[in-house]
Write a protein that binds this ligand. Structure first.
Ligand code: URA
Length: 234
């Protein structure tokens, strides 16, 4: 059970003070009854809360799928450069969302933003073996030997990579599957094969696939099926 003002303020739509005022004006209902006080304890998972007759989504956590465009930082704030949080409306920015893993500034594609810290931790843990799939364009011509090398690669700077997948789509294009997310990993692995990356886009993360309807810079909330798939993936 949680206080009504905490639940409603947690949606990012109102401050606690505003919630108090809404309650005072009799505009908030819980399971059909007008709320008497903002301190009322309510089960956020079970109660039907409305403001001015409109249902309020009171889920504890928020999950946003963003098609990250190139040129934007995978950070929550930066004094000079645009971050992925700047692409969201104020209501979502106030929900303490963080990107689950980072994409380089020039990388595009799937980025999950959430305030569910436990899920983020689990998805990022190398022990979870959550596959991330990237589409890459490279200079030079990819060969079967490159794919074979990805099965057990050690980079010059001492980085031992977990076995990774490389599927060649054309001489200059491939799909890379990683189970970990070391700094610039796709670029470093392909550069080590003499095939520098010219374009990189993340297509999926575990069961979550970038929605083809989302243009770069666009976002949407995860569906119930997507949330369940993420919760189930280990
Ligand atoms: N690997 C990279 O090199 N860059 C990314 O943004 C993600 C994976």
């Amino acid at each position: 059970m949680e206080r009504l003002d905490k639940i409603l303020a947690g949606t990012g739509r109102w401050s606690r003070r505003e919630v108090k005022e809404l309650v005072r004006q009799g505009r908030v209902r819980v399971d059909g009854q007008t709320a008497r006080t903002a301190e009322e304890k309510v089960d956020p998972e079970a109660a039907a809360i409305t403001v001015d007759g409109q249902p309020v989504e009171t889920e504890r956590f928020t999950y946003v799928m963003l098609h990250k465009p190139a040129g934007v930082l995978s950070a929550t704030e930066d004094s000079r450069q645009q971050t992925v949080l700047d692409l969201l409306p104020g209501e979502l920015r106030r929900r303490s969302l963080s990107p689950v893993g980072r994409l380089d500034k020039d990388t595009e594609g799937l980025l999950l933003l959430t305030n569910d810290g436990a899920l983020a931790h689990r998805l990022l843990s190398p022990k979870s073996h959550v596959d991330k799939v990237y589409y890459a364009r490279v200079e030079g011509a990819l060969e079967p030997a490159d794919a074979a090398a990805f099965a057990g690669m050690s980079l010059g700077d001492g980085l031992e990579c977990l076995p990774a997948g490389l599927e060649i789509l054309s001489p200059g294009e491939c799909l890379v599957t990683l189970r970990e997310g070391k700094f610039h990993q796709v670029k470093r692995m392909l550069a080590a094969r003499g095939k520098p990356v010219t374009y990189l886009k993340r297509l999926s993360m575990g069961p979550l696939r970038l929605d083809p309807e989302l243009a770069p810079g666009a976002f949407r909330m995860l569906t119930a099926e997507e949330k369940k798939a993420l919760a189930d993936c280990r």
